[in-house]
Design a binder for this molecule. Structure first.
Ligand code: EPU
Length: 337
């Protein structure tokens, strides 16, 4: 085990924030992970587990051991009449897994193309895009208990998935490290093209026959047209979650703001946070090294040398202005560290 000291985390978070880790180690297997956890226990420090670093905002140096999960492997473990069951190591890059699935004809995650991050982090917040969420293809996961160092298997119900939510963000926060995930993928794909601009993009590209690859290409094209590439401009995708408000509140708002978009769900009406933020005048605003993306105001960006605290302060100002104008609390999707 190669524990390094005072390592910059700039390359390990998609926001590109330059904070340091007191100790840093990459682990490629469950045994290496156990070793690292034992080392941390011995030092009496609570380690930080890092996947692709695509959903975090670093606001301070991490005076602990940062464990980067690099457990690899994409293995077809079972084939049934309708499904393939594929076990994937937590450290596998999410988009690489999507591309492998498409190449093998495994259907179900093509709409989730180009999402930054790793497979191990994907169930944490039930990643989703273009009408599909991980819970739709999830079968089970294996996670290491950080105290007992024993592996436990979780089925979908035990993960308690919700919109950008799971049990690992609540009751079991910091209790387990996800080591691998088993996905249940379709032999005969069920295409989801009703959401957003997918249909129009397919038509504009002259696609005659729907395939996993055609859908993936369309999603990639849409994402590239509005979301900044983290390799060029630091960001962590949507900074806030889309809020759901009571129907009564929505009706009142609509009488004042006729163009407010709303999507009814079982708890009320979901309102796009992007719209609320744009209405408050933040879209495309730049403040030195940080700002609000011009094509998708739900995304906060670091142009280069931005500081995590500056982004945090900007986020608070955005939240306050949305609350003052619309009486709606918007909550970050990103974890502050
Ligand atoms: N909108 C505006 N102004 C804009 C952009 C969008 O008003 O500049 C409004 C429009 O009404 C538009 C609506 O926002 O119809 C929705 O926009 P979009 O389809 O881009 O999706 P989103 O709700 O902003 C969510 C996810 C994204 C995911 C897309 C597509 C959340 C927090 N974000 O964004 O996920 O890619 O849908 O499915 O749910 C992420 O989580 O990091 C992420 C990028």
């Amino acid at each position: 085990m190669n524990i390094q000291e005072n390592i910059s985390l700039k390359a390990y978070n998609t926001f590109g924030i330059a904070k340091n880790a007191r100790f840093f180690v990459s682990v490629k297997s469950v045994n290496e992970l156990k070793e690292a956890l034992e080392w941390a226990k011995h030092q009496k420090i609570n380690p930080l587990i890092l996947g692709g670093g695509s959903n975090i905002l670093l606001t301070q140096n991490q005076e602990t051991l940062v464990i980067k999960i690099e457990i690899q492997g994409i293995n077809l473990v079972l084939e049934e009449e309708e499904f393939y069951f594929v076990e994937v190591g937590a450290g596998v890059n999410w988009h690489q897994f999507v591309l492998t699935s498409i190449a093998n004809g495994w259907g179900g995650i093509e709409n989730l193309s180009l999402i930054p991050g790793t497979v191990g982090a994907s169930p944490m917040q039930n990643i989703g895009a273009y009408g599909v969420e991980i819970k739709d293809v999830f079968y089970s996961l294996k996670a290491l208990n950080r105290e007992s160092l024993k592996i436990r298997e979780f089925n979908a119900e035990e993960c308690r998935f919700g919109y950008r939510e799971s049990v690992f963000k609540h009751e079991l926060k910091d209790k387990y490290v996800i080591c691998s995930v088993i996905f249940r993928l379709c032999k005969v794909p069920k295409f989801h093209i009703e959401y957003g601009a997918i249909k129009e993009t397919l038509e504009a590209s002259g696609v005659k026959e729907l395939t996993l690859k055609a859908i993936s290409d369309a999603v990639i094209q849409i994402r590239q047209s509005k979301l900044p590439d983290p390799k060029k401009i630091g960001n962590s995708g949507s900074f806030f979650k889309n809020p759901t408000i009571p129907e009564e509140h929505f009706k009142n708002l609509r009488s004042e703001h006729a163009s407010i978009p709303g999507f009814p769900n079982t708890e009320g009406v979901k309102v796009p946070a992007a719209w609320l933020i744009e209405q408050c005048g933040w879209k495309g605003k730049r403040f030195g090294e940080i700002g609000v993306h011009a094509d998708q105001p739900l995304v906060l960006v670091n142009y280069g040398d931005g500081d995590g605290n500056e982004i945090k302060e900007l986020a608070v100002k955005i939240q306050q202005s949305v609350f003052e104008k619309f009486g709606i609390d918007i909550h970050p999707e990103v974890n502050f560290l």
